[in-house]
Design a binder for this molecule. Structure first.
Ligand SMILES: [Ca+2]
Length: 214
């Protein structure tokens, strides 16, 4: 290892270990807290700009305020407004880098019995719309027993490798009109190396520095 790391190399490894885990959220307004005050809730149709940073590119979504509990802060989104909604945002990425996507989800507690609420979360290369990764979440309200005051939010996560300088996250409601999956607290961050890898890097750097002091 000493042959690989010069004196400056060892310092760089230590600096990398120090910043691991501090990657910023690449999604703008991932908790939906910024935008036109929805009050109880506001239906946002295609082209609507009520939700800062996010575009409704098909159908409609409900921008939820006080109508039901949020996972984070005081606003979230029902992916089915008066029709199946599509909500998207493009963000900067680096080709070849692994990113982790996490978000909170529940479903409209007013959903009638029968039929799963469904939403696909698609990650696409922005300029080509090529699909890079996808996750489908489903929710059965009678089974989960969530209510407006206790939404029983869950967390979902998946990963993708970027292929270009811009990537799009796209939520696509699949079921059902007016009663959809609720989403909140959307985050995309550069993946952090596994703890064992970080520890290994740190140990290698420390061992190297100890050798240098002799
Ligand atoms: Ca929120």
């Amino acid at each position: 290892m000493a042959n690989i790391f010069g004196q400056k190399g060892g310092a760089i490894v230590l600096a990398m270990v120090a910043v691991a885990g501090a990657h910023a959220n690449l999604v703008n307004n991932g908790s939906f807290e910024l935008g036109t005050n929805p009050g109880s809730f506001t239906t946002v149709t295609t082209g609507g700009s009520n939700i800062t940073g996010w575009n409704v590119t098909s159908g409609s979504v409900d921008y939820i305020g006080t109508y039901w509990q949020s996972a984070d802060g005081s606003r979230n989104v029902d992916m089915s407004g008066s029709s199946l909604g599509r909500l998207s945002q493009s963000f900067a990425t680096v080709a070849g880098v692994l990113y982790d996507v996490t978000f909170a989800y529940s479903a409209n507690p007013d959903s009638p019995n029968g039929g799963l609420r469904k939403t696909d979360v698609n990650i696409r290369e922005t300029d080509t719309s090529n699909l890079l990764s996808s996750l489908q979440v489903t929710w059965d309200v009678p089974t989960e027993g969530n209510t407006k005051t206790n939404m029983k939010w869950k967390t979902a996560s998946f990963s993708f490798v970027a292929v270009d300088a811009a990537t799009t996250i796209q939520f696509d409601s699949l079921a059902t009109n007016s009663f959809g999956i609720a989403v909140d607290d959307v985050k995309v961050v550069q993946a952090v190396p596994e703890p064992a890898t970080i520890a290994g890097l740190g140990m290698a750097a420390i061992a190297f520095l100890r050798r240098k002091k002799k």
